[in-house]
Design a binder for this molecule. Structure first.
Ligand code: AMP
Ligand code: GLY
Length: 425
């Protein structure tokens, strides 16, 4: 069989990690990344097409005879990139537009969970202030969520009835999240420890990946505003022993329910879980790989990623076995000063070669750009440094050894990535 020409869509740390993992496959010949970053340019060829320009991406895939396209972010999935590629007989990995609504609409996700009997917080959907007055009786604390995609920012945690009503008004009337907030999910607050479990799905079968835990807040001790994710480690000890239940009580029921509704789920299903003792609740689903979870999870995957993806597309996931390494992994994100607010770009990054010279240190680029022969910053989250180790402690130490080599003006990172895992030992 001819070797594959693969296109990865996206430009973050997740996409660099996907390209890195693909580059180890004996089945892959050439890797393209649209639009990519300075890291993906080291592995393959960057293509200057934005992730939302799905027509141009399809034209590129056709013209360049791409054998397989892997979609990183949610935007193009919810916009129907998979349907478009399929219509053109282009092989693509990810859920259809309808199936991606599990991330694209929180109300839809909740409805699926309730139908499938998947444990999740009690909720109501409101679309007007009068609706809110009626339905929010009894809610004293709540997560108020814009129904649609709001770049990961559409959730506000409220601790009084007044705060809930004010937040609902800011979404419905002041449109702080635009159209995404014209329908709102209000749900009870859950307590416990958050974790991410991702799974490969082929429309009927599900195979879990190893667990991970993200760190959403910008500062140590989970202080400050939410970000896209400041670091992740794998495995997450909070999940220990719960894997089979997560498969049987969360993932498989959702995939079964989607199939029953005629919208089979093919792609990565990401469950954001709240775990408290032996209680498992779903906070959200994403229709894609997590970022930075991928930077901690894929380095632990021993199997060929192309085999797993092929099995998902072909509906043969039950016929393969996924192998994972025993090692632990920890990814520390280095971000630009000011992130997640305004930040400047174009700062020269030094020490990258020193960092990758260490065994057990991997550097995944996110917001980076090659400019006049230098690698400079071009985004909020700039790099993810992943340490690998026989224990989570070693993985954390290796990650921070890598981080200590790297510098740019205003670089910031958390110093406590993985602390929860250490505390549990
Ligand atoms: P989401 O966009 O749904 O992931 O929500 C963003 C963050 O809000 C989550 O990572 C949680 O930390 C928090 N969150 C969302 N829903 C709840 C809930 N029902 N209870 C407690 N925290 C929540
Ligand atoms: N790390 C959170 C996400 O990918 O949505």
């Amino acid at each position: 069989m001819d070797k594959l020409r693969v296109l990865v869509i996206g430009s973050g740390g997740r996409e660099h990690t996907l390209a890195w993992k693909l580059s180890q496959s004996s089945k892959v010949d050439k890797i393209f990344c649209a639009p990519g970053n300075a890291g993906t340019a080291l592995i393959g060829k960057n293509v200057p097409i934005g992730v939302e320009d799905i027509a141009a991406l399809a034209d590129f895939a056709e013209k360049e005879k791409i054998d397989l396209t892997i979609v990183g972010p949610e935007g193009p999935l919810v916009a129907g990139i998979v349907d478009l590629f399929n219509k053109k007989n282009l092989r693509v990995f990810g859920p259809s537009e309808k199936a991606a609504m599990i991330e694209g609409s929180k109300a839809f996700a909740k409805e699926i969970m309730v139908s499938a009997g998947v444990p999740t917080a009690r909720y109501v959907v409101v679309t007007s202030m009068a609706d809110a007055e009626k339905k929010l009786v009894g809610f004293e604390k709540a997560a108020v969520k814009a129904d649609g995609l709001a770049a990961g920012k559409g959730v506000i945690l409220c601790h009084s009835k007044k705060e809930i009503m004010d937040t609902v008004a800011s979404m419905l009337e002041d449109k702080i999240f635009g159209e995404a907030g014209s329908r709102i999910v209000v749900e009870e607050l859950l307590e416990g420890e958050e974790t991410s479990v991702l799974a490969f799905c082929d429309g009927a079968n599900v195979k879990l990946m190893v667990s991970s835990q993200d760190h959403k807040r910008i500062f140590d001790d989970d202080k400050g505003p939410n970000t896209g994710g400041m670091g992740a480690y794998s495995p997450a000890p909070v999940v220990n022993g719960l894997e089979k239940r997560i498969l049987d009580e969360v993932m498989q029921p959702v995939v079964d329910e989607m199939k029953k509704r005629g919208i089979p789920y093919k792609g990565i299903l990401y469950a954001g879980l709240m775990i408290s003792g032996d209680k498992i609740n779903v906070i959200e689903f994403n229709a894609r790989f997590g970022d930075p979870e991928t930077q901690a999870v894929l380095p632990r995957m021993e199997s060929d990623l192309v085999d797993a993806i092929d099995a998902c597309i072909d509906g043969t996931l039950d016929r393969i076995e996924l192998k994972w390494k025993k090692d632990s992994a920890c990814c520390v994100v280095i971000a630009a000063a000011g992130y997640p607010g305004n930040y400047s770009k174009g700062k020269e990054i030094t020490g990258l070669n020193n960092a990758v010279a260490f065994d057990n240190v991997l550097v995944f680029h996110a917001g980076t750009l090659l400019k006049d022969g230098k690698i400079v910053t071009s985004g909020g989250r700039v790099l993810g440094v992943t340490g690998i180790g026989a224990t989570i402690k070693e993985a954390i130490d290796n990650a921070y050894t890598g981080v200590s080599q790297i510098d740019f003006d205003g670089a910031q990172h958390r110093t406590d990535i993985g602390k929860r895992a250490l505390d549990r030992l």
